[in-house]
Design a protein around this ligand. Sequence first.
Ligand SMILES: Cc1cc2nc3c(=O)[nH]c(=O)nc-3n(C[C@H](O)[C@H](O)[C@H](O)COP(=O)(O)OP(=O)(O)OC[C@H]3O[C@@H](n4cnc5c(N)ncnc54)[C@H](O)[C@@H]3O)c2cc1C
Length: 386
Amino acid sequence: MAHRGADLESSIDEVAAGWRAARPERQSRRHLDRADFDLLRDAGLLKVVAPEDAGGYWQGVEPSARRMCEVYRRLASADPSVALVSCMHAAVVCYWLASPDPSQPAWEDQRRAVFASAAAGEQWGTITSEPGSGGDISRTRATSRPVEAAPFIAGPSYAVTGDKHFGSGSGVTDRMITTAIPDDDPEPTIFVLDVRDRPWDGSAGLTLTAEWDGVGMAATQSHAMRLDDAPAVRLAWKGGLDPISRAASPFVALLFTAVILGVLDEAIATARRQLGKKAESLRPYEQVEWARADSDHWVAVQAYEGALRAVEAGDPLPAFRAALRAKQAVAELAETALLRVTRVVGGGSFSGRSPFAHWFEDVRALGFLRPPWALASDVLLATSFE
Ligand SMILES: Cc1cc2nc3c(=O)[nH]c(=O)nc-3n(C[C@H](O)[C@H](O)[C@H](O)COP(=O)(O)OP(=O)(O)OC[C@H]3O[C@@H](n4cnc5c(N)ncnc54)[C@H](O)[C@@H]3O)c2cc1C
């Protein structure tokens, strides 16, 4: 099937080549550069998750998931932090994409509004995680109350209060989702926050409580924020968080996996070039470690491919299981492969001037991304009996 926006991939390759050429400077960054996101928007990346009838390129999870994941894999090989922040857009919009329901007109109105926002080039992100929740979005302690205010996107207006952390892309996003328990409902749900140009000094509902200081994904601006009556719009979906998050979850897990696989692709390719020049002089230990790293990479690619094929096949339970298994497997394989590579390329890989030092920490993000290690393990165990 022909893709709309057929030149997206070549634009992305061009952007990635520029970023790769500036790698040492980019790897030392601790902040995002809005110009990077403007380039991605101009390339049409934000539209890929808006359906074609909304002015975007989305043809459905099955046909479009691979395209999206491959684009983020390529971007991550050039700049992991920007790729991770950028992929949050797709991961968030997917909540609306993956759960059409014509029997809920308000939900369908909101879906159209979210897709129009993505097609118009608004960047979405998420600041859902809460200290103490272990990455489980249903364990939110944030609260929310209905307010009389014109909604900034279709849906009921609310004000949200609570402590949040890990808000990747803070400062470059226009809309971010979060979770809270509504005053008028015992069940937690999702809210959209209007964060564009909103100050972080507490004067308009957001207070920066901790600037991101991650040793990996260092430039993602995954800040912690206090929300105090932050203006929000409630998810228009009726039917609980579980079906919505479950429908989105295979694609979300695959997006995160694609980003880390892109980092691993680049690390292995770079090591291959460096080590290939002295292959004859590698000691036996180095030969074994390199061969095992190379194999770990191959297995990681197979896990990712297997999960992509399961998602493309369209059967929800196998897709859910496969994507989560691939995420866990690639998280482990990427960590061990990078560890082996650093042992072979040598002590210089401990220096901040070595790309491997950064990649080593960047790949560790995958296991902590939603669902983080322990939660993913619980879900895998539970679904193993379904
Ligand atoms: C690189 C990266 C990017 C991420 N991007 C996002 C994102 O964009 N949006 C998003 O929503 N999430 C994001 N996450 C978070 C992720 O989805 C998980 O929520 C998170 O990794 C879970 O962390 P945790 O298991 O330590 O549990 P958590 O419970 O989230 O964190 C526990 C930590 O909070 C501290 N803490 C503070 N107060 C308490 C308390 N009262 N009880 C217990 N612990 C407390 C503890 O010291 C501990 O370190 C990101 C994570 C990473 C690594």
